[in-house]
Write a protein that binds this ligand. Sequence first.
Ligand code: SAH
Length: 358
Amino acid sequence: MPSSPDLAAALRERIRREGFITVADYMDAVAAAYYARGDVFGQDGDFITAPEISQTFGEIIGLWCAVTWQKMGKPDPLYLIECGPGRGTLMADALRAAKGVAGFAAAVQIHLVERSPALRNLQREKLKDWAIRWAEDIADLPPGPSIVIANEFLDALPIRQFQRTPDGWAERVIELGPHDDFVFNTRALGDAPVPIALAATAEIGAMFETSNVVAAFVTKASQRIASHGGAALLIDYGHTAQALGDTLQAVKQHTYHNVLEAPGSADITAHVDFTAVAAMARKFGATVHGPVEQGTWLRQLGIGVRQVQLAKGKPVDVAQRIEQGVRRLTEPHGMGVLFKVMAIANPKLPSLDGFAKD
Ligand code: SAH
């Protein structure tokens, strides 16, 4: 995988050859190069995710998985699949918490969907007490009852952007400017799948985002769950009502970074369109639970109780850190509201913990 200067050169070369690249192609190349760098997470890295903030996050998810497995009738094996596991922290915390549930640890077959070799190494180290298998794509896994976890995975998948121009909708592309710098432009490339209700209100310059890669992932996950049983837990930042807007962003060392500058040196993401995800899941035979706000979901599942347990008997400063972590995950000015939790489930599962009944 090229490092960032090489990636920029490779992208320039490709643009010279092809005239432009779409936002989706750019995002795909940039994300692949970025995650190939390895450990980009945490306080010393570029951005911090929920499992890196507090161990309670992965623990609650682990218990949710064990309870869902019981509701499924305790299948053995259960494919426990995590997509985009980062450092492997969430899975490690989840397994530690869930192994107390009789039979769960013996039933799980753990699969990690991860395309970065450097991150696979971190995950191998973190999960060395467990038998782990890796896959490039969820479609490569053997069929069977599954629980799928994806935290901040969908936001890393490439999106397409469409912009309203005086001549109608056009796809947003990246070209080379006068100084060989990357610049945005639009090209009328044919299809522009903008929902009619949104198109009707769009002014010149308005942007609509969609993701073929998210759609392909949700299709595969939903088909798997509808055919063989189980559920997928999707946690990400995004909007619950479809809207116009440009959410493409890059983050480096915890601050916003120009998306077109030094590609591959910063994390590049977009908000998840949960309405589109839900529609796709239903189309392929799955039921949808939520989305609910992350803070609400975690509190319903007892994160407060876990916090008290963890802090018991600890020095004041440690107890305070535990409390701060939980607050950051649950409070509105932290990740409690922007982040949403949605589950896609087999219709045989009538209810799932943390979600009000449909
Ligand atoms: N879930 C982790 C990390 C989120 S970062 C956490 O909460 O800390 C995004 C993760 O998705 C990384 O592990 C990245 O390598 C992986 N990823 C991104 N695009 C991918 C793709 N197309 N296929 C497989 N994994 C991908």
